[in-house]
Design a protein around this ligand. Sequence first.
Ligand code: ADP
Ligand code: MG
Length: 415
Amino acid sequence: MQDNVFKEYLEVKSIFKRDRDVLRPSYIPDKLLHRDEQINQIASILVSALRGDQPSNILVFGKTGTGKTATAKFLGKEIQTAAEGLPEPFRDVRYIYINCEVVDTQYGVLQNIGNHFIEEFDERIPPTGWSTERVYNILWEKLDKTPKVVVVVLDEIDRFVYKSGDDTLYHLTKINDDLKNAKISLIGISNDLKFTELLDPRVRSRLSDEKIVFPPYDADQLKDILIQRAAIAFEEGVIGDGVIGLCAAVEAHEHGDARRALDLLRVAAEIAERSQETEINENHVIKAKNKIELDCVIEAVRTLPVQSKLVLLAILLGEENGNSKQMTGDVYTAYKELAKKTSTGILSQRRIADLISELDMMGLVSARVKSFGRGGRTREILVSVPLLETKRILERDPMLEPVKGYKLKVQSTLM
Ligand code: ADP
Ligand code: MG
């Protein structure tokens, strides 16, 4: 009889100590490293809540993976613990964390906050169906029943503003004028401050009473973060020399992003594990880096709109034909050929030039501007992704089924 297919894998000792989710972004360590300054700044503002006063609103910003979410959640636990030790009426401090990537509508945000103050299940605000005004009024009424200070964290607040505008923020920053017992303050968290340009000037100034910046981590800081997490995630002796340093160096060089550094270590560990090795070495890290990069390319290509996919395929096929110096005109000719075969409409050359620029911005192709003769300019377009793999991903789109395995008819421009 054949052995069970999982047997061989089960016999390999896992190099992860506990579950590997310890390395995932959702895991919050008990102690956050190298964020004392930011934590103290925010704590010195939020402490007002523990004295029964309304803290200033805070705008937190910094690139991805700089510990903004982890810090916000950590402070929530801390303030809740501190409040429990206080006498009435100072005990009632509520810290409400909302991820605006998940809750991104006016209604959703108000409902979410409102339901924190409604204990009876059958009185809760339903997920849909009420007017926003009714939700707001209930929120306001329930909130103001007893003295309390409420801190609402709107993480990824930019998504919310881009999708749903700033009405809710206007109301939430103004609501204190109408509250008799309760007080509410906001912490907005974002990757960049561009979204504030969309805000009504009054909302903008109220929301950013205080601004706190989370800078990217440097290599040494990333190293400490990785060492801390690795100690929880792995058995001793599993991590080879130089592995942590390499992960930290790679990410510090690129973004200073702790999430990506942790990802790199996790993927390296998974690669080591899959090849049934008991130690992670630098080679695994390099493979992990390549794998992550390729995964990013795959995801970017997979989610392109169909017209962009056709343009990219046209460029790939041109290069496959040996034309390494394609110009916009070549790509357009090839694109038209492909578009005719599929049932998509054919866009103008101007639009295709725009789509090429977008692919260039995404790093999928590189379009270098070349000048020739009397001020004439054109672009030389080169593929920046692995040809075969990318072609395979494109061909998986059902819309591109008619051009699967297609060879271009057109002769490329001879240079
Ligand atoms: P952001 O919200 O700024 O994008 P996160 O707070 O989600 O970043 O952090 C990404 C990952 O890095 C999480 O797993 C988080 O626990 C970890 N991390 C970030 N900063 C620190 C830190 N200072 N100490 C320990 N872990 C950190
Ligand atoms: Mg975050």
